[in-house]
Design a protein around this ligand. Structure first.
Ligand SMILES: C[S@@+](CC[C@H](N)C(=O)[O-])C[C@H]1O[C@@H](n2cnc3c(N)ncnc32)[C@H](O)[C@@H]1O
Length: 364
């Protein structure tokens, strides 16, 4: 049995069921047995592959995006390039390489990585041996200053609360309990909890909300407001808040039962981008989007970048570039499920890719 499962069983036997949110928090972030501390999660040899691990083009496009944002900010002498949840450091390496094509940008960069996993910090250090790179436990630890912030597949790694509509029409917290054979099972709390905004959902419907994702979004918005800059948040999720159970576990690149082997499988849920937009606005910043990832990457020129790389590649390598491009932008791959949301201080220029959005954030 996974060591964390044994700990969780003991907790439940002693104190009663835990919430889904607590289960997810323990599974991902337990200081010894949590997933990001205990496993090599990302890449072919891990459990899942992220966009920067699919192709250098992803990070390069984000690096060029950041370069234009820096120019929109008036090309300050120093700008923080902050990445939250940087994984193996691949995205930052590719961003910095592309940043070199924007005159003066690399010289202005002050790179800051926000990472809680010691194991991934070591991987990031190997990818970015430059001793001017700084690591932080959270965004609050990053000093004040103009900042460009990126977070790819970070919010989905923060725990989510699940609430269930019962036949009495009230909403109740979804929990993790033990059955008579001592196996982990889902349960529902007896007493009701705060309902979600007005949804006409049938009994049994599940709604997900995340205080931790809201806190992280507020921290990003607050940092932008204290100086200037822009942020880009990319994740899989939905544009409108709606009921639905999106909790999922992945191990060895395959779906895994959610309650099995806590700490040994990745556990995530889709990001509710309407909720993130609302939090951003409540904090006083301006949200742009979300745009579907495929649309965003096309708008900032990924096809042209792919064409250039393919021109200088062998035919085998050119095929790989083309298939990576399709994986990133096609609607039946990552192009539609993944969304991109930008945030700026109010009145700041609209960041690249988000021009001609309506007031409701929809592209015209
Ligand atoms: C799904 S991985 C994404 C990695 C990377 N952005 C990529 O695209 O390959 C999630 C990342 O967020 C980090 N992480 C998880 N919880 C965090 C937290 N509370 N604060 C900072 N980083 C966190 C993980 O350690 C990991 O680096």
């Amino acid at each position: 049995m996974a060591p964390l499962e044994s700990l969780i069983r003991t907790m439940i036997t002693r104190d009663g069921p835990i919430t889904v949110e607590q289960f997810m928090d323990l599974a991902l972030a337990h200081p010894e047995h949590g997933y990001y501390h205990a496993r090599d999660a990302i890449g072919r040899g891990g459990d899942f592959t992220t966009a920067p691990e699919i192709s250098q083009m992803f990070g390069e496009m984000l690096g060029l995006w950041a370069g234009v944002v820096w120019q929109q900010m008036g090309s300050p002498d120093q700008v923080q390039l902050v990445e939250i949840g940087p994984g193996r450091g691949t995205l930052m390496v590719d961003m910095v390489r592309a940043a070199k094509s924007v005159p003066g940008f690399v010289e202005a960069l002050d790179i800051r990585l926000v990472e809680t996993s010691a194991r991934l910090r070591a991987a990031q250090h190997a990818a970015l041996p430059d001793d001017t790179v700084h690591w932080h436990d959270d965004l609050d630890g990053v000093p004040d200053g103009p900042a460009i912030i990126v977070a790819n597949e970070f919010l989905d790694a923060l725990p989510v609360q699940q609430i269930v509509r019962k036949a009495d029409a009230a909403w109740h917290e979804r929990q993790v309990a033990l059955d008579t054979d001592d196996q982990l099972i889902f349960a529902v709390a007896d007493s009701p909890t705060t309902p979600p905004p007005n949804f006409d959902a049938p009994p049994g419907a599940i709604f997900e909300r995340s205080a931790r994702r809201a806190e992280a979004t507020t921290a990003i918005a607050t940092k932008l407001l204290s100086e200037t800059g822009a942020a880009l948040v990319i994740d899989y999720g939905h544009t409108r808040s709606a009921p639905g159970n999106t909790l999922q576990a992945v191990r060895d690149h395959r779906p895994h039962p959610v309650l099995a082997d806590p700490g040994l499988a990745d556990l995530t849920s889709h990001v509710d981008f309407e909720a993130i937009r609302n939090v951003c606005e409540s904090a006083g910043a301006t949200p742009h989007g979300p745009l579907a990832q495929g649309r965003f990457l096309s708008r900032i020129g990924i096809e042209a970048r792919a064409g250039l790389l393919m021109k200088n590649a062998s035919s085998g390598a050119a095929q790989d570039i083309e298939s990576a491009l399709h994986r990133l932008i096609d609607n039946d791959a990552m192009g539609a499920l993944f969304k991109v949301l930008a945030m700026t201080p109010p009145g700041a220029p609209v960041p690249p890719g988000f021009e001609t959005m309506t007031a409701a954030g929809k592209p015209t």
